[in-house]
Design a protein around this ligand. Sequence first.
Ligand SMILES: Nc1ncnc2c1ncn2[C@@H]1O[C@H](COP(=O)(O)OP(=O)(O)O)[C@@H](O)[C@H]1O
Ligand SMILES: O=P(O)(O)OC[C@H]1O[C@](O)(COP(=O)(O)O)[C@@H](O)[C@@H]1O
Length: 302
Amino acid sequence: MIVTVTYNPAVDQTIQFDEQMAPDRVMRADEAQFDAGGKGINAAQFLTAMDRPCVATGLLGGFTGSFIRETLQDDGVETAFVDVDGTTRLNTTAIAAAGEYKLNQAGPTVGESVVDALLEQVRAQSPDRVLIGGSLPPGLSPNAIDRIAAGGDWETIVDTGGDVLRELDAQYGLCKPNRAELGDATGADVSTVEGCADAADAFRDRGFDRVLASLGADGAVLVGDTGRLYAEALDINVVDTVGAGDALLSGVLSAWEAGADDETALRTGVAVSSQVVQRAGTAVPDLNDIGSLRDGVTVRQL
Ligand SMILES: Nc1ncnc2c1ncn2[C@@H]1O[C@H](COP(=O)(O)OP(=O)(O)O)[C@@H](O)[C@H]1O
Ligand SMILES: O=P(O)(O)OC[C@H]1O[C@](O)(COP(=O)(O)O)[C@@H](O)[C@@H]1O
């Protein structure tokens, strides 16, 4: 069973414009959508949609927190959140003619005591795996992640920014940087797929059994004891990429929970992320029928 921890959840607002964004004028969106978001929360929704036992934990507060709580309940996601005084953030993705604009807030300031409260929630679930995903709200340091990783005999997976990844000291089963985060974490040249695989492999020495690096339209690499696996992305019609990394990671974890090997897990991750990027925002698509997409993913050793 997997527990996801989101220290800094978000309501994801996705708005779409037919025209170019421009300063000093009113832009009117054709479409608007609100989703429950934040990396661990997205993963919990995707895992639940794939029928994998999972509980979402994290910090919630204010009207945005209530929205997330209700949305997850409606979607049948099990939850064990800790309440905070501040208001959970609202992150905006604007899809415009020139591309995607991602506007993420810092989130409410919290005190260190939330780490103890969350750890208690995690321990109460007795998970095999714990996924800690997303940025840290003001008031917390990377130690908040290390404390949960070291707080029980579960395998911990971490998906956070490169600057935070670099600061972690505990032992982790996996980290999932995207290309920019891998570059930030390692300082390596990540301009080629091979360069990413080298950087990911070297980064394992910092306390990560495996590194899953997501490379957007270039696909993903999974580096571990079984070698350096590379999967090309599928040629699909991308609406927006919010939640793409969370979907990739959820697919990999879902396959591992079912006992699959790394190659099948990577294929599954690419298939799930391909489904998600074809829909706006972090809305959860049908993930019960990804078999043909998964069969279309090519994986090779680098
Ligand atoms: N333009 C794209 N075309 C096809 N697949 C994509 C595209 N962008 C993302 N993906 C899929 O989503 C996965 C995660 O994307 P990425 O953008 O690296 O994650 P993150 O959201 O963490 O930045 C990729 O490994 C790929 O499978
Ligand atoms: O915690 P961060 O790094 O600010 O990211 C939060 C945002 O990332 C998301 O989890 C999407 O993440 P990915 O695109 O990396 O999968 C959104 O739901 C959320 O608004």
